[in-house]
Every structure is written in structure tokens, then in C-alpha cells.
Design a binder for this molecule. Structure first.
Ligand code: PLP
Length: 397
């Protein structure tokens, strides 16, 4: 037996304020149950189950063979910055110059770097709750004040514009928007965005607009706050390849922002990652400029799965599920079960064999809800619904 005693780990004080993304923790717990021989259906993690389209894989493989295996510029390869600028202009109608684009390993670093660059102690940052957990984690980490705004089921999980306006103070430096939204599937209406833009334009408040699910919208067109007059300079658009092109493991995303901020974000890249993998970036050019048909095919498949999961969850005693307007998540209300979100998610994993997330994984205001990802086959979704239904009929009825 070792006699070496470990010294206490002296962490910097800021580490006590760092949060996490529970999906990765639940994935580890689900895998541990699988290792014990238990069958688990994974509806916890937010990643498309489709393979990356073949033309993109081929471009990546070719790039490796062609020697795209070295460092590149921190802001991204010029051809990908150009392709991302073109793509953003094509989808939003906003003219974008490549100097306004920074390529990062996933969309997540845009969140990390932008909050790091723009917010500090004494500043307030408005963010959605329930919302993607990294927003709150990073705001706290940099020592700024995290100011939540709600997303409510009775408002179809759209934002309450008046609530945001009422929460803006002289110390507000940043407003985080996410549409289509994770975890609720809510979409911010163009009228809402316009009302917000009218209040924000010309003020020293930046908007981080997380549009990573912009292609996964089931009714109407996606709108960005950057489209409203005067707002482009105040907005940082976060986008990426993970959800649109089923490229989560390639680790690629980008931000669109004013060029002076882009230079600072690139400098943070230099300090952190140096650059995004060069061969991934060459594949990214193909993703953005090549055949787009797979995007629509995946969207239509998600639409089919959405109906299956919403109908199925609404048949489970104590569950009430609204139809999401975007992304690939449902956020059923489980208040009638009288269970807390955490204990219900836990029991469904251990006893029913289905991994999902507690609403509270997305902030305190997610209590009373669960989040299921429908990025899984219809067959698996139906099987999971059957297992949860059987369990609920025994334990909840
Ligand atoms: N933004 C939201 C709302 C997300 O749900 C995710 C991933 O789950 C991301 C950003 C980051 O995705 P990635 O870093 O894979 O591009």
C-alpha cells in the first residue's frame, strides 16, 4: 500500500465559480451502467446521430492526405473565414466581411472567449434560464453578475421582451440570446427581436446571439437580431458545424463580430488553442459551400421524431409536453408527478434505462421539467417511451 499522502489541491478562487454541462456527466453515468450490462437509451446528449455527410468526410480525408496537418492562422484559414462570411450573408442577408469572422474549435469557445473579453466584476450579463449551462458558468467564472431572464411554458418558451428590458441597468454589458433554444426548443419571434433591437441600438450593450440551431427551425424562417438596423456592430453571432452538419467531433464553429473584437478573440485563440485543426477547416469549407441537401434531410427526420416524442411523452402520466419550434429537444413539464426534476431524471436512468437531463441542468428555473434530446432513431425513441411509460405506470400512477 502506498504511504504517500497527497497534499491539498490549492485551486484559484475563480474555480469555485466554474459550472459544468451536466449532459457529459450523465453520459458518463449512463456508460457506467452499460458497462455493468444494463441497456440504456441515450436521450441526454445534444448531438445528431447522423454520420457527417460523405462529401465533407471526403474533403477532410483529402485534406489530411494533402498535408493540412500543420498550424494555421489563429483567426482561421482565410478560405474558411471567407466561406463562413458568405454563408452568414446568404442566410441572414447581412453583409459580412471575412475580417469579421473567427473560426474556433466548436461554437462553445466563442461563448467562452466573448464573455471573457467583454464582461468583468461589476458588469451585469443577462442570460436565459433555463438555458445552455455554459452561459451562467462563464459569467460567474469571470466574476460578472449573472442576471437570469425566464423562458416560460405559457409563453411557448419565447422570451418575455419586457422582462429583459426591465432588467437592463447601467451596468448591463452583455445580453445573451439563443434561438432556436436549448433546452426548450423555443424560438424568439421576429417582432420580439425587433422590439429588443429598438431598445438596445446605440447603447453600450453587446448581444451574444447563439444561433447554432438556426437551420433546425420547423416553422417559418430564422431571424437574427443582427438583421435589425444598427445592430450588426453590437452583435456577436455564434454559429457552428456541430448541429447543422452532424460534425460534433470535428470541433468547429465560428463567430461573426466587429473586426476590432475579432482581433481580440483571435488573440485569445493564440493564447489558448493556437488555431482550429487545419484539416477540419478544409472540410468546413466543403460543408459550407458544397451540397446542402443533407441539411434538409436531417431537418425533416428531426421533424418526424419531434411528433413521435411529443405524442409519446403526453401519454405518460404526470407529463405534459409542448411541441418545440426548433432544435432537437423537448422540455416536458413533470410538475404533476410531484417529483423533483433531479430525482425523476435519476430514477428514469437507473430504473427505466433512459438517459435524459433534469431541467435544473439548465439553471434553477428549469425545476419541474426534464429535457430529452430527439437526436436518436424513431425506433429508439419509441422504445424509450415504452420503457418510461411502463415505469411511470408502476411508480407514478
Ligand atoms: N450553443 C448551444 C445552445 C448548444 O446547445 C451547443 C451544444 O450543445 C453549443 C452552443 C456548442 O456546440 P459546439 O461547441 O459543438 O459547436
Amino acid at each position: 500500500m502506498s504511504t504517500v499522502t497527497q497534499k491539498a489541491l490549492h485551486l484559484a478562487e475563480r474555480m469555485s465559480r466554474l459550472g459544468t454541462e451536466t449532459a457529459f456527466e450523465v453520459l458518463v453515468r449512463a456508460r457506467a451502467l452499460e458497462a455493468q450490462g444494463k441497456e440504456i437509451i441515450h436521450l441526454e446528449i445534444g448531438e445528431p446521430d447522423f454520420a457527417t455527410p460523405a462529401n465533407i468526410v471526403e474533403a477532410g480525408a483529402r485534406a489530411l492526405r494533402d498535408g493540412w496537418t500543420h498550424y494555421g492562422p489563429s483567426a482561421g484559414l482565410p478560405q474558411l473565414r471567407e466561406a463562413a462570411a458568405e454563408y452568414t450573408a446568404r442566410h441572414s442577408g447581412i453583409p459580412v466581411d471575412p475580417s469579421e469572422v473567427v473560426i474556433t474549435p466548436g461554437g462553445k469557445p466563442i461563448m467562452f472567449f466573448v464573455i471573457l473579453a467583454l464582461a468583468q466584476r461589476g458588469d451585469e450579463v443577462l442570460y436565459p434560464n433555463p438555458g445552455f449551462p455554459i452561459y451562467e458558468s462563464m459569467i460567474n467564472f469571470v466574476g460578472a453578475q449573472a442576471v437570469p431572464y425566464g423562458l416560460r411554458e405559457d409563453q411557448d418558451f419565447d422570451v418575455d421582451i419586457q422582462e429583459i428590458i426591465d432588467k437592463i441597468t447601467d451596468r448591463t454589458r452583455l445580453l445573451i440570446l439563443n434561438s432556436p433554444q436549448n433546452p426548450t426548443g423555443g424560438v424568439i419571434s421576429p417582432e420580439g427581436l425587433k422590439a429588443l433591437a429598438d431598445k438596445l441600438v446605440g447603447r453600450e450593450i453587446a448581444v451574444l446571439s447563439d444561433e447554432i440551431y438556426h437551420q433546425l427551425i420547423y416553422e417559418g424562417e430564422h431571424s437574427s437580431i443582427a438583421q435589425f438596423p444598427g445592430m450588426k456592430d453590437q452583435t456577436i453571432i455564434l454559429n457552428g458545424f456541430s448541429k447543422t452538419y452532424a460534425m460534433t467531433g470535428w470541433r468547429m464553429g465560428w463567430g461573426v463580430m466587429r473586426p476590432d473584437l475579432a482581433r481580440w478573440i483571435a488573440q485569445l485563440m493564440t493564447n489558448c488553442n493556437s488555431c482550429t485543426a487545419s484539416f477540419s477547416q478544409i472540410a468546413g469549407v466543403e460543408a459550407l459551400r458544397g451540397d446542402q441537401s443533407s441539411v434538409g434531410v436531417m431537418r425533416e427526420e428531426f421533424r418526424r421524431r419531434r411528433s413521435v416524442i411529443v405524442e409519446g411523452l403526453n401519454r405518460i402520466p404526470g407529463f405534459g409536453c409542448k411541441q418545440p419550434h426548433g432544435a432537437f429537444y423537448v422540455f416536458p413539464n413533470i410538475k404533476e408527478t410531484k417529483w423533483t426534476s433531479g430525482s425523476l431524471a435519476d430514477a428514469i436512468l437507473k430504473e427505466a434505462g433512459v438517459a435524459c437531463l433534469a431541467g435544473t441542468a439548465f439553471g434553477a428555473w428549469g425545476e419541474g421539467y426534464l429535457r430529452f434530446s430527439f437526436a436518436n432513431s424513431v425506433e429508439n425513441i419509441q422504445k424509450a417511451l415504452g420503457w418510461i411509460g411502463d415505469w411511470a405506470n408502476e411508480k407514478l400512477a
